[in-house]
Design a protein around this ligand. Structure first.
Ligand code: NAP
Length: 270
């Protein structure tokens, strides 16, 4: 496991950007900030450690929880972090609130890098739930051969559903309670449209369940479902902390970091 980057005694004098990662955007931001050799930034990406063999971004990395907002604030001070970017997944709710609290405690500017959510288009048959438990409650009325793409961590929410058959796709195997009729497909995105079409047809899927993750890497399943006339059960996003500057793209985050000043709270950076 990569060690924590050097502490304050080794600081280079460059602004130190701590990226809370675990997403494609976090990796792209680290690439963008460290690219070209002479980077004006020192960059550290933090990962939770959920994936056994993560794709590591360039720059420094550290892995594992900080011990809540106070622990994150301590890490920020100890490593002279100058800018904090919350580029965690839109469903990593706790970490986003921890980031907001830690930024307030330590006085460093915080940007939330959050890709836009998906919206239904013509021909889509979407059903929206506000949580995984809510999706599990709606599910039996919508389908019996289910492609469940909400990630392995929340599978316990569906474990009591004994009738439907589930195809679960995840990077690592599930390790908690799971529904009894289950096939696991280990795979890491991005996924191509042709492959998604073939997967739905081969497994005779009649319902797709997804979080509103947004982004292009996993969007082809939505197109494949639309083409096949399959309903989609979408789990809507959890709340985000208020008063945090937000960007919807890596380019906007780079601009924020390079800007003359830090945008006022609530500014939307696009
Ligand atoms: P979460 O519920 O918001 O966070 C739970 C705890 O995990 C946090 O309190 C924190 O521990 C630790 N943690 C989360 N992200 C971290 C990070 N980037 N670096 C260090 N510690 C982190 O998060 P989650 O939903 O379990 O997601 C975990 C990670 O997987 C995130 O980094 C996220 O970007 C990624 N991910 C999540 C999803 C999803 O659907 N939730 C999907 C794809 C990727 P401490 O309080 O001890 O600091």
């Amino acid at each position: 496991m990569p060690a924590d980057p050097p502490g304050p005694g080794h600081s280079s004098g460059r602004p130190h950007v701590l990226i809370l990662g675990g997403t494609t955007e976090a990796r792209r931001l680290a690439q963008s900030l460290t690219g070209g050799g002479d980077s004006p930034y020192r960059v550290t990406t933090s990962l939770a450690g959920r994936v056994a063999a993560p794709v590591l971004p360039p720059g420094g990395t550290r892995i594992g929880g900080f011990g809540g907002p106070a622990g994150l604030a301590e890490w920020i001070a100890a490593h002279r972090v100058t800018h904090l970017v919350d580029a965690t997944h839109p469903f990593a709710e706790r970490m986003s609130f921890n980031a907001a609290r830690a930024a307030a405690l330590s006085g460093v500017p915080l940007l939330a890098l959050r890709r836009p959510g998906w919206s239904p288009g013509p021909g889509d048959d979407w059903h929206v739930a506000d949580s995984l438990a809510g999706a599990a409650a709606l599910l039996p009325g919508l389908g019996s051969r289910v492609f469940l793409t909400t990630g392995r961590m929340g599978l316990h929410s569906f474990a009591h559903l004994t009738e439907p058959w589930f195809l679960v796709r995840s990077v690592d195997p599930p390790d908690g309670p799971v529904p009894p009729r289950l096939e696991v497909l280990l795979a890491r995105g991005p996924f191509a449209l042709d492959d998604e079409r073939e997967l739905l047809a081969r497994h005779r899927v009649d319902l797709l369940v997804t979080k509103d993750s947004g982004g292009s890497a996993t969007a082809p399943k939505l197109t494949a479902a639309r083409e096949a006339g399959i309903p989609v059960l979408v789990v809507s996003r959890p709340p985000v902390p208020q008063g945090v500057a937000a960007a919807e793209s890596v380019d906007a985050a780079v601009r924020w970091l390079g800007g003359a000043g830090v945008p006022a709270q609530d500014d939307r950076v696009r």
